[in-house]
Design a protein around this ligand. Structure first.
Ligand SMILES: [Mg+2]
Ligand SMILES: [Zn+2]
Length: 213
C-alpha cells in the first residue's frame, strides 16, 4: 500500500486515541468512476463541516481508499499522488486536515492478491498502529459492503452512507450485518458518531483509576 505523503504531526500517543476511517469515493467525494483529474476532485458540500466536527471532538481522520485504477493502468502513481495532495488540500481548506491517507493501488485480476485492498483490513490496521488508535472507540464510514467488512475485521464501529454506491449496497450490508448504523450521508454519520462518543464518555467519566492491589 502507499504510505501517507505527509502525516499531520501527532499530539503525542495515547491509548485513548480514537479515529474515524473514511472511504474516499462516494463518501467524501462524488464517485465519478475510475479516471479523474486531481483538479476535478471535490468534496461533497456537507463534508467540510462533518470533518471539522469530528476533529474538534479529537478524532484522527484517516482516509482508506482502494484505487485499482492504478493496477488497471488507468492512473499512474504520480496521478494518485496528485489526487492525494488535492484531497489533503481540500480537507485543509475546509479546516479539517487529514492525519493520513492510505491507498491500495492493487487489484487481484492484475497481480497477486494483497493485504490492503478492502475488504482486507490492512490499511485500517496500519492507521491503528501509526496513531495508537483504540479500535473499540473508533469508526469507519463508507458506501460499500467491502468498506464495512474491512472495518468490522479491524474491530471498528461501522457506518454505511447512502451516497455513492450506498443505496446499491444497502441490502447486502443489512443481510451480512456489516453496519452498526446506516446514515444518509457523511454529515449525518458524523453527527451519529459524536452522539455515540458522547454516550460512551457519559458511561465512563474521567481517566481510568489505578487498580488497588
Ligand atoms: Mg466508496
Ligand atoms: Zn493492495
Amino acid at each position: 500500500m502507499i504510505p501517507p505523503v505527509r502525516p499531520v504531526p501527532s499530539r503525542g500517543r495515547s491509548t485513548r486515541a480514537w479515529a474515524v476511517f473514511l472511504d474516499r469515493d462516494g463518501t467524501l467525494v462524488p464517485d465519478a468512476g475510475y479516471v479523474r483529474r486531481a483538479r476535478e476532485l471535490k468534496l461533497y458540500p456537507f463534508v467540510g463541516e462533518a470533518l471539522r466536527s469530528l476533529r474538534r471532538a479529537g478524532a484522527r481522520l484517516v482516509v482508506v481508499s482502494n484505487q485499482a485504477a492504478v493496477a488497471r493502468g488507468l492512473l499512474d502513481l504520480d496521478g494518485l499522488a496528485r489526487m492525494d495532495r488535492r484531497l489533503r488540500a481540500l480537507a485543509r481548506s475546509a479546516g479539517a486536515p487529514l492525519d493520513a491517507a492510505y491507498y491500495c493501488p492493487h487489484h487481484p485480476d492484475f497481480g497477486r492478491p494483497c493485504r490492503c485492498r478492502k475488504p482486507a483490513p490492512g490499511m485500517l490496521r496500519r492507521g491503528i498502529r501509526a496513531f495508537g488508535i483504540d479500535p473499540s472507540r473508533s469508526f469507519l464510514i463508507g458506501d460499500h459492503a467491502t468498506d464495512l467488512e474491512a472495518g468490522k475485521r479491524a474491530g471498528l464501529t461501522t457506518v454505511l452512507v447512502l451516497t455513492g454506491h450506498g443505496r446499491r449496497h444497502r441490502r447486502e450490508v443489512v443481510e451480512r450485518k456489516l453496519a452498526d448504523k446506516i446514515c444518509r450521508d457523511a454529515a449525518s454519520a458524523a453527527r451519529w458518531i459524536l452522539e455515540a462518543r458522547a454516550r460512551e464518555e457519559a458511561k465512563a467519566p474521567g481517566p481510568p483509576r489505578p487498580r488497588a492491589r
